[in-house]
Ligand binder design. Structure first.
Ligand SMILES: [Mg+2]
Length: 229
């Protein structure tokens, strides 16, 4: 990424996604695509291939909606204790290797740092418990409290009402293209895409927004442009 693609002298508030943006998405992919199908096949007495097919087609049906992110929904649909099953592989929940220095630089430079995740509150708690991610933030939001996801314009309206931020001095970082497009439509001026959300998968190709695969390229600019309080 060219340094000029983000103007840090304008950015005072940073809204950050969690999964794939600050935490390695490998945990989530492993859980939904491997671990849950495995447990589901055992419980329903069907083959692993059949369980994967059933679950993945169900994921596609609700993708991007609040149900997709809702652990209660999946507990009801699969009749399995989703949070307990997540704990079985929670050693995979990890901060990205470059996240600590990035978050620390944002903090040092005096910026307001806000987490905005579509993750269910129980997922958020589990991830905070494993990573102590909350220590970096002024405030953390699960979009469940607003009843809609970041894909929806309503979320941004409701969030801005509860937590005022200026469109022109706010940066939003996410690994999802539809979500970045939604934030762009709402009018958030500074947008940044993460192209390598899952450390075990090939990088995504995103050309519509400034995009990086390593926060370390931003550190100098962030620290050279502190916010005057
Ligand atoms: Mg994400």
């Amino acid at each position: 990424m060219k340094k000029s693609m983000l103007d840090w002298s304008e950015i005072k508030t940073v809204l950050l996604d969690m999964d794939g943006t600050l935490l390695d998405l490998h945990f989530d992919n492993q859980f939904w695509l491997e671990h849950l199908p495995k447990r589901y096949s055992e419980e329903a007495n069907i083959s692993l291939a059949e369980a994967k097919e059933k679950l993945v087609s169900h994921y596609h049906k609700v993708s991007g909606t609040i149900a997709w992110y809702c652990l209660d929904y999946w507990a009801q649909q699969t009749q399995l204790p989703i949070t307990a099953l997540k704990r079985e592989i929670d050693h995979l929940i990890k901060l990205r290797a470059d996240a600590h220095d990035f978050l620390t630089a944002l903090r040092t430079s005096g910026r307001e740092i806000i987490l905005v995740t579509n993750a269910h509150p129980d997922s958020l708690s589990l991830k905070i418990e494993r990573t102590q991610l909350d220590k970096y933030f002024d405030v953390l939001y699960s979009t469940h409290e607003f009843g809609v996801t970041k894909e929806s314009q309503l979320l941004w309206q409701r969030l801005q009402k509860k937590q005022p931020f200026e469109l022109n001095s706010t940066l939003f970082v996410d690994d999802s293209l539809p979500i970045l497009q939604s934030a762009n439509l709402y009018g958030i001026k500074h947008l940044l895409a993460i192209t390598n959300p899952d450390s075990q998968q090939p990088e995504n190709n995103i050309s519509q927004f400034p995009a990086i695969n390593d926060y370390s390229v931003l550190l100098e600019d962030i620290l050279n442009n502190p916010v005057n309080l």
